[in-house]
Design a protein around this ligand. Structure first.
Ligand SMILES: Nc1ncnc2c1ncn2[C@@H]1O[C@H](COP(=O)(O)OP(=O)(O)OP(=O)(O)O)[C@@H](O)[C@H]1O
Length: 588
């Protein structure tokens, strides 16, 4: 389609206006010699077939205007196929040029003696006039091209916006919805033609253009929960100011459905362990644990995993979730010992906006809410403060949670897996743990034996860690010397698999010979084992070891992480122990 063809209606209007003012006929052809518009004898002679007049061809080729005062005799006319039946008496032609390219020709034509007189009598001034008309048509072509370009960009933008999963809604400064994408319309659930022009407060109760503008300036994410068209919309709203050359036009809100956010949150933490392949060991003790986990995964019962630090309690909790019917739903883990008591409640149950000083705008969902439909792993449940134990018990009984500062509760469906290395029965006797909660969480007890009681697992674990860290550190180590291997097997592994993994990483990364040497192993293992201490209560020795480690690595976050690694305990365990000692400078 030629450029002039795209604006043929406008071209026809222009030629008719010229003809009625000048009293001569007017025609326009495009660069493919098709007549685009015409008046008089050429009116209605618009077709897809190229016309034969060579005069137009010449103007197109040369880009220069021509005046023909004696048609039929003029040299151009001699070569023209239309010469025999040409009834024109005079013609003035002008090229139509768009960005240095001739896109067509505009011609004034005389069919009568009077028209010829008009044309030739003032040929120079008409030539100048025609030139201006050609420019007018050229600018119409450019305008049309820009319009088409704008429309294409609009379609492209709409396609992009409709492809994103987030809902996008543009709201002007008066609070009127002026644009939205397909996902936004689906979330709102109202027909598209009805949403346009609605006030934001009619859709999201309590929201106005002013509050949204404030949120946009604060760059705050806000959790929205409201009823629209008989359906509850629960989403995270991110708001941005919408500015154009004239200043602030309104705001653009992005909506993410809460259910999808939760799914992403859970997947983020799951991927590594979900296959269960990473759980190594086939000793009798491990087989019993795996069988118990398989059985528990077929039920919805609460499971309490017992075992020393580093035995793989969290690993098994994930395996249990991944083998259960809830595997497509979130798995959320929280370490009760690593979070200060005063924050634990809001971490678990979430809070409403303004619930306390420093509470985030729009509130925040707690772990129970995030785990809705899935599994909540309460690690180190033995460290749960008594008043929270009561609240958790209530959640488990009523299957509803109440955010801190909320006036209403909401339903939750969460499977609880808990873990502890503590002697909970002893804690119950001492009044430190609620018996009724213990019954609730311990429906299905599973105990993971310490590594020293299942040394049959050592070969598999050692080989796996050796292979893994060789790849990670790009080392080629042929194996482990026999006497070095004997040392590893003899060792007690108080930090269990976590400690073994750390030791193997150290050995692979520091080994300079072809195989792991006894000297290297003894350097690492002896450090933990043979620090000379007088005989003293174990708790006191433990405290001294921790003090020594902190003295060596420092009490910064990084220092504590290194100390935990050197001691073969998790950071959470170190923080818990520091909290137990509660000594200035020592506590986490
Ligand atoms: N059977 C196993 N196979 C492979 N890796 C394991 C195994 N058991 C534990 N690990 C590894 O040891 C480390 C500690 O595991 P995990 O955190 O599950 O232990 P935990 O008992 O929950 O520890 P803590 O009580 O200190 O939190 C992790 O890196 C885990 O991958």
């Amino acid at each position: 389609m030629s450029k002039l063809f795209n604006i043929k209606e406008s071209v026809q209007q222009v030629v008719e206006a010229i003809a009625s003012v000048l009293g001569v006929e007017v025609t326009v052809v495009d660069n493919e010699l098709r007549r685009i518009a015409g008046t008089g004898r050429y009116a209605g002679d618009v077709s897809n077939m190229p016309i034969k007049a060579t005069i137009f061809d010449q103007v197109l080729q040369s880009g220069k205007g021509v005046i023909i005062d004696n048609p039929g005799k003029n040299s151009v006319c001699l070569a023209c196929e239309a010469q025999q039946y040409c009834s024109e008496m005079a013609q003035v032609c002008c090229p139509i040029v768009v960005e240095k390219q001739t896109v067509g020709v505009i011609a004034l034509v005389a069919f009568t003696a009077k028209q010829k007189e008009t044309l030739l009598g003032q040929q120079q001034s008409l030539f100048g006039f025609l030139d201006k008309m050609a420019d007018l048509l050229a600018s119409k072509v450019i305008e049309q091209e820009q319009l088409t370009q704008l429309e294409d960009t609009k379609i492209q933008l709409e396609t992009v916006l409709n492809t994103v999963h987030e809902g996008i809604i543009a709201i002007d400064c008066n609070g009127c919805i002026v644009d939205f994408n397909a996902a936004g319309q689906k979330m709102i659930g109202i027909p598209a033609d009805k949403i346009m022009g609605m006030n934001v407060g009619q859709v999201f109760v309590d929201l106005s253009a002013e509050t949204l503008l404030r949120h946009a300036k604060e760059r705050a994410n806000r959790e929205i929960s409201c009823w629209i068209a008989g359906r509850q919309l629960h989403c995270i709203m991110t708001v941005n100011v919408w500015v154009d050359s004239g200043g602030i036009k309104g705001i653009v809100a992005t909506l993410q459905e809460m259910a999808k956010v939760k799914k992403i949150v859970s997947r983020y933490g799951l991927e590594i362990d979900c296959s269960g392949n990473r759980i190594l060991g086939n000793s009798a003790g491990m087989k019993t644990v795996k069988e118990a986990i398989t059985m528990a995964s077929r039920t919805n019962a609460s499971v309490c995993i017992r075992g020393e630090s580093g035995t793989g309690k969290e690993l098994f909790a994930r395996l249990l979730h991944c083998s259960s019917q809830r595997k497509q739903q979130p798995f959320i883990a929280i370490n009760c010992a690593a979070i200060p008591d005063n924050l634990l409640e809001s971490e678990l149950f979430g809070y409403e906006e303004g619930a306390f000083t420093g509470a985030r705008r729009g509130g925040k969902p707690g772990k129970f809410e995030l785990a809705n439909g899935g599994t909540l792993f309460l690690d180190e449940i033995g460290d749960m403060p008594m008043q929270l134990q009561a609240k958790i018990l209530r959640v488990l009984q009523e299957k509803r949670i109440e955010r801190v500062g909320a006036t209403q509760s909401q339903p939750v469906d969460v499977r609880i897996i808990s873990a502890t290395h503590k002697d909970i029965e002893e804690m119950i006797k001492n009044g430190q743990f609620r018996q009724d909660l213990y019954y609730r969480i311990n429906v299905f007890p599973v105990t993971i034996p310490p590594l020293r009681e299942r040394k049959d697992d050592l070969p598999e674990l050692i080989k796996d860690f050796l292979d893994r860290y060789q790849v990670m550190y790009a080392k080629e180590i042929t194996g482990i010397d026999d006497d070095a291997y004997a040392l590893l097997v003899d060792y007690d592994w108080p930090g269990n698999v976590r400690e073994l993994e750390n030791v193997m990483e150290y050995l692979v990364s520091t080994e300079t010979g072809a195989a792991i040497s006894r000297q290297n192993v003894s350097r690492r293992i002896q450090r933990g084992k043979t620090i000379s201490l007088d005989i003293m209560p174990i708790a006191q020795a433990e405290r001294q070891l921790i003090q020594t480690a902190l003295a060596k690595f420092g009490t910064t976050l990084e220092g504590k992480a290194k100390a935990a690694e050197a001691l073969g305990i998790s950071k959470a365990t170190l923080y818990r122990k520091l909290k137990e000692y509660a000594e200035p400078g020592l506590e986490g």
